[in-house]
Design a protein around this ligand. Structure first.
Ligand code: SAM
Length: 326
């Protein structure tokens, strides 16, 4: 499937059809107690809906919060790390953004609940299907006979959902997961230990390396990997930060290696048809969505030292963008 060419961004921002409602939503969101009330109602509805479809949100998050994750967090935390200002804000209706135990223990269930809506028939298997659809395209687009994938860096790895799926596809590659949240990385390390216990040391599968760092300053050596992945990260970055991350990806990639991005597709009909007030609500939980939707991704990749990318739709509302390091 190839990406449609019609730009939905302009439609989303300029549609006057529902402007009074959008204005009202913006006004209501600007009143703090009202916004908090709306968020807590929306949160309860989302959790109830998730549990009705078999994603046991409260139970699974409570289980994780009872594990000794703080010890793992302290082990991985880089105390010298300076967080970019754009990161220190609220995301996904969590006041603490990505830096806290509540968001960290809810990432997995939230991903399964949110992605259950992508393909109605997939239900709670939607998250897995989304990840597999991306990896199928990566497999198809990257010719490994020319340059085998021996080292992979997953930028913005969070609790490891993307990292583990990629690792399962390329089990002999050296896998590195990098994230700015030591809370998320602690959950990733906890899950990694579980996986290792299940696998019981397969000799050809190197351990995953986790690093607490910014994707735009990874601390990794030049030319150290063949594949860099960004799975649902760019929409959480201001456009300038995405450009910095692409430059860093180019620096750590060997020549001929690839950057593979899985993201929301601004050209999807789903966003074009979304009532603007719903988009406004979405933006209230995703502070850099507008910036991402307005970024010329192809040009930004070329400017960062990549060949023109291939772009494939991997879901009705996501695209996979793959660029070869020139
Ligand atoms: C929506 S999550 C996606 C996580 C994961 N890749 C997945 O597939 O589930 C975005 C992640 O990017 C991380 N992130 C955002 N900005 C970052 C940056 N500049 N450097 C490193 N990680 C970043 C966040 O902490 C969060 O874990």
């Amino acid at each position: 499937m190839t990406v449609a060419t019609q730009s939905s961004t302009t439609q989303l921002s300029n549609s006057s059809q529902l402007r009074p409602i959008t204005g009202l939503v913006n006004f209501l969101l600007s009143i703090k107690p009202l916004a908090s009330f709306a968020k807590s109602r929306a949160r309860k509805m989302m959790i109830d809906r998730a549990e009705a479809m078999g994603v046991y949100w409260r139970q699974e998050a409570a289980f994780l919060s009872e594990q000794n994750l703080e010890a793992l967090r302290q082990k991985i935390e880089n105390p010298a790390l300076v967080y970019p200002d754009y990161y220190l804000t609220s995301f996904h209706a969590y006041e603490e953004g990505n830096l806290g135990w509540l968001p960290a223990t809810e990432v997995e269930v939230a991903a399964r609940a949110v992605h259950a809506k992508i393909w109605p028939e997939a239900k709670e298997r939607g998250d897995r299907k989304l990840r597999d659809s991306f990896l199928d395209i990566v497999d198809r687009r990257i010719d490994q006979t020319q340059q085998p994938i021996t080292a992979i860096v997953d930028l913005g790895c969070s609790v490891g959902l993307s990292t583990f799926r990629i690792h399962d596809r390329y089990p002999t590659a050296q896998m590195t997961g990098i994230d700015l949240s030591s809370y998320f990385l602690a959950v990733a390390m906890y899950r990694d230990a579980e996986r290792q216990a299940e696998r019981q040391a397969e000799p050809n599968t190197p351990d995953i390396r986790w690093i607490h760092a910014a994707a735009e300053a990874t601390t990794l050596d030049d030319n150290c990997c063949d594949l860099v992945t960004l799975f649902l990260v760019c929409h959480e970055l201001p456009a300038e930060a995405s450009c910095d991350v692409f430059r860093e990806a180019r620096r750590i990639l060997r020549s001929g290696g690839h950057l593979a991005i899985m993201e929301m597709n601004p050209k999807s009909e789903i966003y074009a048809q979304m009532p603007p007030y719903v988009f406004t609500l979405l933006k209230s939980t995703e502070p850099y969505l507008d910036s991402y939707f307005n970024l010329d991704l192809e040009q930004a990749l070329i400017d960062a030292g990549f060949n023109p990318p291939t772009i494939d739709c991997n879901s009705p509302r996501h695209r996979t963008v793959i660029a070869r390091a020139s």
